[in-house]
Design a protein around this ligand. Sequence first.
Ligand code: NAP
Ligand code: MG
Length: 399
Amino acid sequence: MDKIRMPNPIAELDGDEMTRILWRQIKDILLLPFVELNTEYYDLSLPHRDETDDEVTLEAAKAIRRLKVGVKCATITPNTGRMTEYNLKRMYKSPNATLRAYLDGTVFRTPILAPGIKPVIPRWEAPITVARHAYGDIYKAVEMCVEEKGKAELVFTSEGGKEQRETIFDFDSPGVIQGMHNRRDSIESFARACFEYALSVKQDLWFSAKDTISKTYDEEFKRVFESVFASDYKARFEEAGIVYFYTLIDDAVARAVRSKGGFVWAMKNYDGDVMSDMISAAFGSLALMSSVLVSPDGCFEYEASHGTVTRHYYRYLKGEKTSTNPIATLWAWTGALRKRGELDGLSDLAGFADSVERAALRTIADGVMTGDMAALCENGAAGVDSETFLKEIAKRVSA
Ligand code: NAP
Ligand code: MG
């Protein structure tokens, strides 16, 4: 059989621990036998980030911008424990934070509905996609503790020297302060990315924030969404038969639980971080969730939303075969290959991505799956190890 051609590369960002092992297995078992895989390889494993003073992460971000498509393995975000474990020169930032700060944009996370695995909320018939703004707010905040009596102020000094000033609080006792920001162009591109995404999947778009309390900050998000919608998307939404609405975050949470699913839910950075874990857990698990970062200049970075599965990795190091779920990491690869295919007009490459996903779902339907899925599955099949599962999927790709 001829392998599928792939003239233009994608950026490949390798990672750490158990997901690094899965990465290799996915490539060997499911990709290389079928595709002339063309990637620019960046090793974002913690030892290599340390060797390069984290330059490799920025190089990878630049490659995603240049090549338009990237695929990323889960990576360790160093903390004090990892400093000693890996004998690091310094405590590097999370690679995801570096990539998001460089590329800007919106992260779309959609549960992968696997046969036999029912959502915790029985009314949910279709996946809920969380659209998380990936720039600013508390992720780019400055914070300080104050130990004495005194006045905290918010001061903006314009380039021309004009000042805007607000008292935050008059402290009589120790406390904490935080200053955060967002940029109107980032909010606007977040809104556009959400409207475009909703149109592409023909699903309603909800946007939720807390403008009743945050009468300037969240109000700005709400206003930008409304104005972009009114000027550029209202007619297109009507034509597509879908709606956009804004509602308070607490109302949205209650409505989401009572809904049938099947919509796109746009949220600010922190809300999206929290709610995507709730949505993924309620639909199955983080290992059954696809995730893509869409930047305003049309770059796509695909990843899994779970971590490096450290506990399984330590068992793997002892020689055990682990039953770690490769689905989210596999979906990162199929997402990236499909997008490369779409951008380059390669229908066989895009078609290959579809057939790998179909094969994976058929494998699960046939009762062959990793332990975490078996535990959630109604027919309670026994779990197999990751390698066996991937080989079973490969059999069904060729069949
Ligand atoms: P984690 O790697 O997501 O794993 C937490 C637990 O969830 C696992 O021990 C496992 O439970 C279960 N799990 C997660 N993914 C699974 C999979 N694919 N298959 C089966 N079970 C899975 O989170 P963590 O342990 O908090 O973090 C580990 C490392 O990952 C940290 O160093 C963190 O910095 C990093 N991290 C990276 C990213 C990223 O790069 N996107 C995201 C989050 C965390 P059982 O042990 O009960 O089986
Ligand atoms: Mg999170």
